[in-house]
Ligand binder design. Structure first.
Ligand code: AMP
Length: 299
């Protein structure tokens, strides 16, 4: 089974304390789609401008990502730039230029509407609704978000949550949304907003799932150096959805292992700027790290 992914398809300009890289392929949907492609076929829904480099289209194609839902419109591709502090955890947005995103109206090709696994990656909640409206009885829908939407689109987000099976957000966003500093209290409060599965990401400290089978603590792969963590969260959820789409059995039976695969895929993302390290990764590299994590967490 395949995964349908909608989100941002962007050019990212990223500054770290030691390096600077302009206009790399980025966006929540790009990171999630490449991560998911290690495990299942992917259908990408997004928009880029005419300035979008051909080499990035070729990169999607190398990962066999279905681009029939990618619109190429007159105008500029969404451009985001951000700068990391010394600790590589704190990041501030320097600029967001919406470009063709300003008028983006995702229309799904007919064949896409039957997709069973749907990832509403980080994008305006109104667009996430719009995509979900076009789906026919999907089996498992997960939404991601960011602090911006908690600040400016809370109403739309609140309407979205009862419509999704799973919701993924990071620890500071969970605290902002629920006004609870305790992560386990926050998980409980988010369930009350609708989703059956809630995952809170904690950056280099892994993530925590709360679902029908209780709580699961998912480790992060222990990296010694982080080149650029941009897109790690998107790679995590993309890898998880790709794994779930092809795993035999129920979501309940597979979601813990799927999170571990997502976590390992995200670790590769952090080892290079933008998507450079992720695209070099092979499925065998992922399997090796999953085995290492298994050893590290067994007791
Ligand atoms: P992450 O590091 O997982 O938080 O995701 C970083 C990605 O989010 C970058 O590749 C950006 O292009 C993308 N991004 C930044 N701001 C926005 C936004 N307002 N809407 C959608 N995507 C965004």
């Amino acid at each position: 089974m395949s995964v349908l992914i909608v989100g941002s398809t962007a050019l990212d300009s990223i500054k770290t304390p030691t390096r600077e890289n302009p206009r790399l392929l980025g966006g929540s949907a790009s990171h999630a789609a490449v991560a998911a492609s290690f495990f299942s076929p992917v259908k990408l829904i997004g928009v880029v401008g005419q300035d979008f480099p051909k080499k990035y289209i070729q990169l999607y194609q190398r990962h066999k990502i279905d681009l029939s839902g990618l619109q190429i419109l007159p105008g500029k591709t969404f451009h985001w730039s951000g700068e990391y502090e010394l600790n590589m955890n704190n990041r501030r947005t320097l600029a967001t230029e919406l470009g063709v995103f300003e008028t983006f109206n995702p229309t799904l090709p007919k064949a896409h509407q039957q997709t069973q696994f749907v990832l509403l990656a980080n994008i305006a909640p109104a667009l996430q609704h719009h995509v979900l409206d076009q789906m026919r009885k999907p089996k498992f829908v997960v939404a991601d978000t960011m602090d911006l939407w908690l600040n400016i689109a809370m109403k739309d987000l609140m309407k979205l949550l009862p419509r999704v099976d799973g919701f993924v957000l990071n620890d500071s966003e969970a605290a902002q949304l629920t006004k609870a500093d305790n992560l386990f209290v926050a998980l409980k409060k988010i369930h009350q907003l609708g989703p059956k599965y809630v995952i809170i990401k904690k950056g280099s400290h892994g993530s925590v799932l709360s679902g029908p089978k209780g709580v699961f603590i998912c480790p992060a792969y222990p990296l010694h150096t982080v080149e650029d963590p941009t897109g790690a969260g998107d790679s995590f959820v993309g890898g998880m959805m790709g794994y779930l789409a092809t795993a035999k059995g129920s979501v309940d039976a597979n979601i813990r292992r799927a999170m571990v695969y997502g976590s390992v895929t995200a670790s590769f993302c952090c080892e290079g700027f933008g998507l450079t390290a992720t695209t070099r990764t092979k499925r065998a590299d992922i399997e090796k790290r999953v085995k290492e994590l298994e050893k590290l967490t067994k007791f």
